[in-house]
Design a protein around this ligand. Sequence first.
Ligand code: HXC
Length: 269
Amino acid sequence: MESPFKADILKGKVALLTGGASGIGYEISHQLGKHGASIAIMGRRRHVIDSAVSALQSLGISAIGIDGDVRKREDAVRVLESTIKHFGRLDILVNAAAGNFLVPAEDLSTNGFRTVIDIDAVGTFTMCHEALKYLKKGALGKDLVSGGTIINISATLHYTATCYQIHVSAAKAAVDSITRSLALEWGTDYDIRVNGIAPGPIEDTAGFSKLAPEEMLGEEVKEHVNLRKVGKKWDIAMAALYLASDAGKYINGATLVVDGGDWLEKPLR
Ligand code: HXC
């Protein structure tokens, strides 16, 4: 689908995306790149990163891939240093790395719960924390007027409650809270905007195939969504472009729900 945004809205900007090599994260990498940003992707799987970087480069997008696990602070530091070494600056951090599996609460071990909290919530905090010095106004390549921006990918699971997702729901609730706290502190202190995106049912993603049981795929899922259609990764990437660009320059601390109105109907089911 064609973008409604001008092709140069992120010209000269550098974006680092955790989980940016696959699924929703990749589509955000793709669209930020298509709109002028240079892209650094952080991920755990080398072959997945390599194919994402090749795909971006074949579209004329300046891109690099760096191995790293958001659960390890030393990886966060190293990936940020490599990004700065390669591109000279950082303007946009997108935290899209996430862990997810379906499990009834009574069968989930403490370590299973902790693992998802570590990836989604602690990982998001660590990446933001280590990126701060590069995102501040006046940092490398930046003027003294405006700082960078952060986008945290969340979910709508925790707005009501979702079966077999106690760990992910708790983690994403924490992510939303981190978004607001950092927006409050870093907006005032450093002119850094921190926002989130909460995707609903987005086709062709790991989250969708895990959460929508096979017998519910297709028409039945659509019937449960307020707008009667499932979303596309493109919809999430457009929201990211909006928040990352000057179009969103007065938005701070918001988590934009991009779900076709899906969660509004949940309490009635
Ligand atoms: C129960 C499980 C489990 C499962 C792992 N665990 N998978 N418990 N059911 N299916 C438990 C393990 O038993 C272990 O606990 C602990 O979790 C750590 O597991 P490991 O396999 O050692 O961890 P690791 O190799 O680090 O992998 C972490 C992972 C990750 C979370 C399992 O690999 C993963 O989920 N990858 C999938 C990524 C993914 O789907 N991303 C899309 C996210 S979509 P014990 O006690 O045995 O030691 C998303 C959107 C949500 O987030 C909203 C959509 C609308």
